[in-house]
Design a protein around this ligand. Structure first.
Ligand code: 1CP
Length: 354
């Protein structure tokens, strides 16, 4: 018996507990698949205006929690606010994604503002975190986040979304001096950005390296692992109680080396990662909490496959600390009714243990 445990379920699992059902949240849980998001978004001149208007960013962050019993809220913002805060022009073109002024040489690098400039330029983002920290229900954890240096650098080299990442991959290979300085500068900026979110009230941090998988294995250490290691170490020193979840997307078996070198608490798995392998190699042997990894398309398609795939993930991770999530973000084509169904499936698989 005793009194029920009121600590946040997400934090309990990040501290090593096994809970059934596992805590759940979804990458991109706020956004275009929710009509109430589109309603607010359509009233704003631009996506960045929404990110920089604390009262509205707060409302949009809370929208998915009003519909679904999620265990965490993720700050409504974007990874590209970091380059924007460094003085790079950033815009979002309807239906095309981000457009970013390129930083391709030393001169452009020198023109960037220093990392500390973020504190002033991104003040509305930190204000949103502060509002969220006092608005969230007691059991809901608040996740702050940043893009990882390689992923941010790839947008600065490409000028936007890309298929081949030719400019970024070429810069990583050829211009070691320039590229190294760029990634180091971004690493400092990411530290400043994440620390400011903790100071404003974030409980957990997540580092998105969405394009880690486009680098060859031989270059991953320098551009993916080392920056993540620097960031995890700096945050761990200053805020040992704040867990960091890393998402080096698409690196496959490279997760082993990543897990060994990066002192983060948890790894978020993309859909390509085999469940049994992750349990043994990453959780049991390397002590990482695992997050993931339902295919976002399963959530669009629904039907019997949604239940089958959800149950397979729960079964594979039932005896290790696990946070249920998708393998990548919620797709705009997703029906909110399918998200409700996913949460029902999870609840019914609870197994009664706590
Ligand atoms: O007009 C709109 O509504 C813009 C759509 C949108 C939204 C809702 C963008 C543009 N960003 C976001 C919010 C966002 N982005 C969040 C907070 C919301 C939540 O999760 O609930 C987060 C955590 C991100 C992170 C993000 N942005 C990543 C990393 C995660 C991932 O998906 O891999 C990346 C790569 C971006 C860049 C970006 N911003 C927006 C788009 C469409 C993209 C992807 C562009 C590309 O494919 O390169």
């Amino acid at each position: 018996m005793g009194t029920p445990d009121t600590r946040k379920r997400l934090l309990r699992v990040l501290a090593g507990e096994v809970l059934a059902p596992p805590p759940v949240w979804l990458m991109r849980q706020a956004g275009r698949y929710l009509p109430e998001y589109r309603e607010i978004r359509d009233r704003m001149p631009s996506f960045l205006d929404l990110c920089y208007t604390p009262e509205l960013a707060l409302r949009v962050t809370l929208q998915p929690l009003e519909r679904f019993a999620l265990d965490a809220a993720i700050l409504f913002s974007d990874i590209l606010v970091v380059p924007h805060g460094l003085g790079v022009e950033v815009g979002f073109v309807e239906g095309e994604g981000p457009r970013v002024a390129t930083v391709r040489d030393e001169r452009a690098l020198r023109a960037l503002r220093p990392p500390e400039a973020l504190l002033e330029r991104l003040a509305p983002v930190y204000q949103t975190v502060r509002l969220l920290a006092s608005a969230l229900p007691a059991g809901v954890a608040l996740i702050g986040f940043s893009g990882a240096p390689w992923t941010l650098a790839s947008y600065l080299l490409e000028g936007g979304a890309s298929k081949e990442f030719l400019e970024a991959r070429r810069a990583a290979r050829e211009a070691e001096g320039f590229f190294s300085a760029l990634v180091d500068r971004l690493t400092q900026a990411v530290c400043v950005h994440l620390e400011a979110q903790v100071e404003a009230g974030a409980d957990v941090l997540m580092l998105f390296d969405s394009w880690a998988g486009v680098l060859p294995e031989s270059e991953r250490r320098r551009w993916v692992e080392e920056p993540a290691r620097t960031i995890a170490t700096a945050l761990g020193r200053r805020f040992p109680h704040v867990p960091l979840i890393c998402f080096p997307r698409g690196i496959g078996a490279g997760l082993l080396a990543f897990a060994e070198r990066v002192p983060c608490r948890a790894l978020s798995l993309d859909t390509s990662v085999p469940l049994a392998w992750a349990r043994e190699a990453l959780a049991r042997e390397r002590g990482k909490v695992l997050q993931g990894n339902l295919d976002p398309v399963a959530l669009v398609a629904g039907g019997a496959a949604l239940e089958r795939e959800t149950r397979a993930i729960l079964a594979a991770f039932r005896d290790i600390p696990h946070i249920f999530n998708l393998g990548h973000g919620v797709l705009p084509e997703t029906s909110p009714a399918q998200v409700a169904r996913l949460l029902e499936i999870l609840q019914n698989c609870g197994g009664g243990a706590m």
